[in-house]
Write a protein that binds this ligand. Sequence first.
Ligand SMILES: NC(=O)c1ccc[n+]([C@@H]2O[C@H](COP(=O)([O-])OP(=O)(O)OC[C@H]3O[C@@H](n4cnc5c(N)ncnc54)[C@H](OP(=O)(O)O)[C@@H]3O)[C@@H](O)[C@H]2O)c1
Length: 436
Amino acid sequence: MTELDKINIGLLGAGVVGGSVLDYYYHSRDRIAQITGIPIEISHVLIKDSQKARNVSIPDGVLTTTLDDITLNPNINVVVSLLGNEDFERYAVSRSLSQGKFVVTANKMIISKYGPELFDIAKEHGVSLMFEAAVGGGIQIIDNLINRYTPNRIQSVLGILNGTTNFILTKMAKERMAFEDALAFAQEAGLAEPDTTNDIEGYNAAYKLAILASLAFRKGWVDPSQIHCEGITQIHSRDFKNAEDMGYVIKLIATANDTQRGIEAWVAPVLLPHNHLLTNIDGQLNGILLRGDPIGDTQLAGAGAGGETTAASVWSDIFKATHHLRRNTLPEDNFFQGQANVVSFDECAHSNYVRLTIRDGLRIVQDIGRICSDNLVSINQILQLKDRKWVEDGIDLAEMAIDMDPSGEGNITQAIADIARAPYCVEIGSRFRVLS
Ligand SMILES: NC(=O)c1ccc[n+]([C@@H]2O[C@H](COP(=O)([O-])OP(=O)(O)OC[C@H]3O[C@@H](n4cnc5c(N)ncnc54)[C@H](OP(=O)(O)O)[C@@H]3O)[C@@H](O)[C@H]2O)c1
């Protein structure tokens, strides 16, 4: 075996994260050399638009718009893929792996959707696929789950995994902004992508949860399409006041539990009690709470997004790749073997809180009670919300909240649908799971 005397990197993408990876490279050469003990060069950088102005100055001859300049270049040992799209990045990563290159990526979507396929290609070609930056920005949860928490049996993962939605919810809670205004604010501040669907509908959090649950439970790959997903678009600013009055805060939570029936995994807006460990994770921060045996509860928190912090996680993977390339070894990668059994969300049981608008009248509480009982849903309390009575088009309207005891999600969904059809129901406003 000839000893490597240099590592050549091909970087795919020079956007927010790719630009920060380059910035670190140009400004931290001494530190990089000290850590790796071997010269490292970013020899090629793939971009789409060669006319675009870049925040970082890149030497002549490094930029290319041709993927194969990198994937078919025999001198490149590590491909760092920071493109952020689905089909093209899946292709670029699999092509790089099949050309015998280590790959580092931050793309949670391709890891969670195509992880098993990509890891098989890596194994077949004796290389490794690393993805520390795909979840939690700079928090380093991936390496902790793969290498550090291994003696523990992790029973649950509970996380605020999306900085954009957490930023929006924090604005709505602290400044009583309407959802649309908080979203526009996040976009203007560059904290939300132009297309926010994956963030606000909870899909990005579900991709990350699928990765965490696969690594934490080691019961096989968790398919993200089996994760029940609700976003934050239905939350009204007055829900925050109601939540506060009851001693709760509202957060978009991604959670997975390893149960005897299989893995329960979902993403939805949740009421968290004020003293919960995740209630103070505000703004763009991410927070992850693991419950395991014997470790008990342990929390990791920090900047979940942003070019520089994410680039730090990318570099930690580059250093790891360098370590293995120099010793001709491979890191552990058997975490996506087989498919995990994910329990249907309808079979999971949670407490629910539902806000609705009704035409004020008699026997409504009684009728809601009957509907819930018919659907095997037990009610903890029905509340007439304070100061929420008004007249519209001569009709007396009022707002109510139903606090439901833990019951099967399928039963609760049916009960809510039945209430929505009742003649007194004007609108089902919002629905939250309640966690203790
Ligand atoms: N931004 C964050 O805070 C953050 C945090 C955690 C993880 N991530 C993940 O990191 C990855 C990169 O995100 P980002 O925010 O850096 O994205 P970005 O700013 O949109 O940058 C994407 C880069 O990829 C290039 N690119 C895209 N499609 C291409 C194609 N078909 N051919 C050639 N080049 C192409 C773009 O080229 P041009 O510059 O020429 O347009 C751009 O340089 C994503 O997977 C994202 O989910 C981002």
